[in-house]
Design a protein around this ligand. Structure first.
Ligand code: URA
Length: 447
């Protein structure tokens, strides 16, 4: 069916609801080049200002999903389950979760992303392992899922080409932060992956794209609603991003943190408590994936299983297998950057708060992330944190250790980190890491 793009733009501008055919016309027309950037930009802005109903968002998602190839894992013995995080700082849980859940004999075909803005990306972390290839073709990906139970690759042009084009346009037209557009973008890719279930980690706080819990709940509800109507098992954990996750922020240092959790050696480090949030969130998300697979009905039994697979070393063995299968030489993981400095606390007190977005930007100053898409990452660059919120800090104690192969960004990163860290005498209320879970049945708060 054919429509006039300008009429559809006006319809959305005046808060009209699109039909399925209108949305298919827009998505297919833009993907094929029949609708130019200037008309699509105007329509995207109209969506940002006028919103979309749940029904429109579902239709948009399906139209985007149908723009490319769809994978099918229904031949496997168990439902394939993926995980998606809305992005954070120090968020390395995918590296633990994929092998851990695969060790529970639940297939995990993971299509991951690169760092976006101040947040890190799983693909960049994996590429810090010499030889690790995240660009496997879809046939090899499917073979590995069958043989190993997991593989982690980047988005390919064959999956959701509409999103590839639309996302780039949204990025440069100030139209990224619209809940229906974000939901359709994320879910079209996940549905095209052919998974039977999806766990979402929807983050909120100073280091997340959603700054408040109500915003995160709205996004989680939108995502869960689309997945549920598309017939997959889906749930979202609402998780806090008011401090970086774990001990390290960077790439090879984050891989190391995961290895230390998977082999238990973190317990011998000077402060094992710095690893607890990474470990806890990985176990919580992995347990939910076991429930979504349909193989477990009680969260306590799922939790017991992932606990024993992590502490028994099966997750680590699976991670080694994954690295070998994708060409990664984990025994050659580089660890020592050429330069490092330590930033010390300038006063006594309690660690009150972090501005986590600023900490992520400090990581970019060091080279751990990109300013422009074409920038090369310094895989050895990163930040070690020494304190979590609510802990007492003494003047001159190390607050952060910065490391990188070039010291060019140290000055700017130091001022960002000092400005991002508040220490005061007043006691601090520490928020729980997991605020609740959103399922198709509703929102269940933890406290
Ligand atoms: N991640 C995506 O894949 N799409 C968005 O729109 C936002 C974050």
């Amino acid at each position: 069916m054919s429509f006039l793009p300008a009429q559809l733009i006006r319809k959305k501008r005046f808060k009209g609801a699109h039909s399925k055919e209108e949305l298919e016309f827009l998505v297919n027309g833009y993907t094929s080049g029949a609708i130019p950037d200037y008309q699509m930009s105007a329509w995207l802005m109209a969506v940002c200002l006028s919103g979309m109903t749940d029904q429109e968002t579902s239709w948009l998602t399906v139209a985007m999903m149908n723009s490319g190839r769809k994978l099918d894992f229904s031949n496997l013995k168990s439902k394939a389950i993926d995980k998606h995080s809305t992005g954070g700082v120090g968020d390395k849980t995918s590296l633990i979760i994929a092998p851990l859940v695969a060790a529970a004999e639940i297939p995990v075909p993971m299509m991951a992303g690169r760092g976006l803005g101040h947040t890190g990306g799983t693909l960049d972390k994996l590429e810090s392992i010499p030889g690790f290839d995240v660009r496997l073709d879809l046939e090899k990906f499917k073979v590995l899922i069958g043989q190993l139970g997991t593989a982690i690759i980047g988005q390919t042009k064959e999956i959701c080409p509409a999103d590839l084009k639309l996302y780039s346009l949204r990025d440069v037209t100030g139209t990224v932060d619209s809940i229906p557009l974000i939901c359709a973008s994320i879910m079209s890719k996940k549905l095209a992956e052919g998974v039977g279930g999806l766990i979402l980690d929807v983050k909120y706080g100073s280091g997340a794209f959603m700054k408040t819990l109500p915003e995160a709940v709205a996004l989680a509800k939108g995502l869960v609603n689309i997945g549920h109507h598309a017939g997959i098992s889906i749930a979202a954990l609402l998780t806090q991003m008011d401090q970086p996750l774990g001990r390290y922020i960077g790439n090879s240092c984050e891989v190391r943190e995961c290895l230390e959790i998977m082999d238990g050696s973190y317990l011998k480090t000077p402060k094992p408590s710095l690893y607890e949030d990474t470990k806890e969130l990985s176990l919580a998300l992995a347990s939910q994936m076991l429930i979504l697979s349909g193989k477990y009905s009680e969260i306590s039994a799922a939790r017991e299983m992932v606990n024993s697979l992590l502490s028994g070393g099966q997750a680590l063995s699976k991670f080694y297998e994954l690295c070998r299968a994708q060409g990664g030489k984990i025994d050659q993981l580089p660890t020592q950057a050429k330069h490092e400095i330590v930033i010390e606390a300038q006063q006594d007190g309690i660690l009150r708060s972090y501005n986590v977005e600023e900490i992520g930007l400090a990581g970019i100053e060091l080279g751990a992330g990109r300013r422009r898409a074409e920038d090369q990452i310094d895989h050895l660059a990163g930040i070690e944190i020494f304190f979590k919120i609510g802990e007492p800090v003494e003047k001159d104690a190390p607050l952060f250790r910065l490391f990188a192969n070039s010291d060019r960004g140290f000055k700017e990163a130091t001022s960002r980190l000092l400005a991002a860290t508040k220490i005061s005498d007043a006691p601090v209320q520490v928020e729980p890491l997991i605020a609740g879970v959103v399922t198709p049945e509703g929102v269940f708060y933890a406290h």
